[in-house]
Design a protein around this ligand. Structure first.
Ligand code: ACO
Length: 340
């Protein structure tokens, strides 16, 4: 039995940080950010709230759209690099607030590819027949780990959450068909946050040396992202006998519009086959794909039976692509998994 998506949701904080706001904070300008990244603004969560706040709201919307209550969820997986705290897992904090009393759960750290990792893992529990309802959430509060004096990173990221409900499709007409995920630890030198873990626990020195902020070599990450996403996608499509023309939509990780354009072009996709919303949110790390998926569904850009390709690249390096047939009816149509 294939694992299909029967509910999708997203949530982003109200507060907007625009390129014009950033012009007042670091030596940058709207023209540079727009042409180099495609980003116009990002959302910022209140300081006193953690990522679980956003997980719960996106999760609730996905459950509502699936037509099921939190008590029927058997497993919650949260992909994030910005948990509320190191212990306990954000999945536990989200479970408590959601009132999902009958489940287990855990967090996954797959960087910007975290949601794809979580989706691939969650799907296994449905396919094996072990569970019927799995909630997969991708969420990050990147504003908590950004150095707002470093123009190389602070203009790129924002805060948000997205979620999907996975369940079995008894018809086997829809669902996750295949994926290719990769990991290359050589990437650790190019995208990292060194402070706060067991190697460099928080001390006065780690704070003074600004080790609790994310850093990257943007040019290297850019090139690796284009090659990684294109390679994983091409292999996946070829191995499954799917041509780019068969795809309704590519929903890529939203890190940089130029990365998205380069990957789409190399795959031979038309502009209308690619979902882009980076201008509104920036890079929300584990949240970008479920956020874009939720907005694409709201905009009726896909319907049940459509082929979708998801692709992401992030810290690790970890990256990959996932092929699926969409399982939800359109907004306003009947559907959900309550009767399955
Ligand atoms: N405003 C103005 N100038 C800037 C800014 C800024 N915000 N940031 C950097 N610059 C300057 C640099 O200092 C450099 O100046 P120099 O030539 O005098 O040294 C110049 O702009 C060009 O810098 P590059 O790094 O070569 O610019 P590039 O075109 O590569 O764009 C960017 C930088 C946007 C970071 C790009 O490399 C990128 O998006 N990389 C991918 C990184 C990424 O998205 N990582 C997120 C996590 S992983 C992922 O999600 C894929």
């Amino acid at each position: 039995m294939q694992a299909s998506i029967f509910g999708v949701g997203h949530w982003a904080p109200e507060r907007r940080l625009t390129n014009q706001d950033l012009e007042k904070m670091v030596d940058t300008n709207d023209e540079w950010i727009t042409t180099r990244t495609g980003i116009k603004e990002r959302r910022i969560l209140e300081e006193e709230k953690g990522v679980s706040h956003m997980c719960v709201r996106a999760g609730r919307q996905a459950l509502e759209r699936a037509g099921i209550g939190p008590d029927t969820i058997e497993l919650i997986i949260v992909a994030t690099v910005t948990p509320d705290m190191p212990v306990p897992a954000t999945a536990a904090l989200a479970q408590r607030e959601l009132g999902a009393g009958a489940c287990w759960g855990f967090d996954i750290n797959g960087g910007c590819a975290g949601f794809l990792c979580a989706l691939a893992v969650g799907a296994q529990f449905i396919e094996s027949g072990r569970h019927r309802h799995v909630l997969v959430i991708g969420a990050d509060k990147m504003s908590a780990v950004l150095d707002y004096t470093d123009r190389n990173t602070c203009v790129l990221f924002g805060d948000a959450a997205g979620a999907v409900v996975l369940g079995p499709d008894p018809t086997d007409e829809t669902g996750i068909e295949d994926f290719r995920m990769r990991l290359d630890g050589e990437g650790a030198a190019f995208l990292y946050m060194t402070g706060g873990g067991s190697l460099h626990p928080a001390t006065r020195e780690t704070v003074d040396q600004r080790m609790h902020f994310v850093r990257q070599d943007g040019r290297t990450v850019f090139k690796k992202a284009v090659n990684g996403m294109t390679g994983a996608s091409s292999d996946l499509l070829a191995d499954n006998g799917v041509s780019p023309a068969d795809l309704r939509l590519l929903i890529p990780h939203q890190a940089n519009l130029r990365i998205i354009d380069a990957v789409s072009k190399k795959l031979g996709l038309r502009e209308d086959q690619v979902m882009v919303n980076i201008e509104k949110y920036g890079n929300t790390t584990a949240a970008t794909i479920p956020m874009a998926m939720s907005e694409a569904w709201e905009e009726k850009r896909m319907r049940r039976g459509d082929r979708l390709l998801l692709s992401a690249f992030g810290a690790g390096f970890t990256w990959g692509s996932l092929l699926l047939t969409w399982g939800m009816e359109g907004p306003g149509d009947s559907g959900g998994i309550k009767d399955l």
